[in-house]
Design a protein around this ligand. Sequence first.
Ligand code: SF4
Length: 221
Amino acid sequence: MESMEHIAEAVIACRKCPRLVEFRESLRPRYRNGEGWCKPVPGSGTNPAGLLVVGLAPAIGGANRTGRILTGDKTSDFLFSCLHEKGFSNLPYSRSRDDGLQYSNIFLTAAVKCVPPDNKPMREEVENCLPFLRQEIETLKGLKAILALGRLAHESVLRTILPDGSRKTGFPFSHGRRYRIGGIDLYCSYHPSPRNVNTGTLTREMFLKVLEEIKEKSLFS
Ligand code: SF4
């Protein structure tokens, strides 16, 4: 079995998707004060971890800038204010790699490890990145629940945990749904993007309810 450190090294060195390699590096001039990670972003958190959170991909103003997944933008502000309230982190925000954040029983990653133009990875790019997600899931000890943020993350997780990885019918994405697959509870949530939050598609109460259910039904049952 790989270690998380080895997986992270392989992720950071990856150049498998030419379009994404070009795009992530082209963003460097946008960033100021020496910021700008502009490389693939590996997962981050504890191992063991009872809960794995899977997002879509690094964002231009978030992880592609800061170098830590779900860090440095409005999405991470929303996410960590909720994770902190439910005891998964010592801080109610995740702003930079040296902000003092400590995780508790949680690992976070993305289905696609490089920032895609318009937040839309191509099918073959999702395919290329699946082995990293699979390795992370296989390497996490004590995993009881996976929370997929959005449809693409949900379908990517299904591809990695179903016995026949290509079958994903029968487990439709729907906010708040829970599926029991191979001893792991897979939960669905709308992605906490500014668009979903600002339009009320995803409210704080909705997201906290999912986290509470994860704790009650999967982590401490
Ligand atoms: S998206 Fe994944 S597979 Fe493609 S270059 Fe980035 S790390 Fe590699």
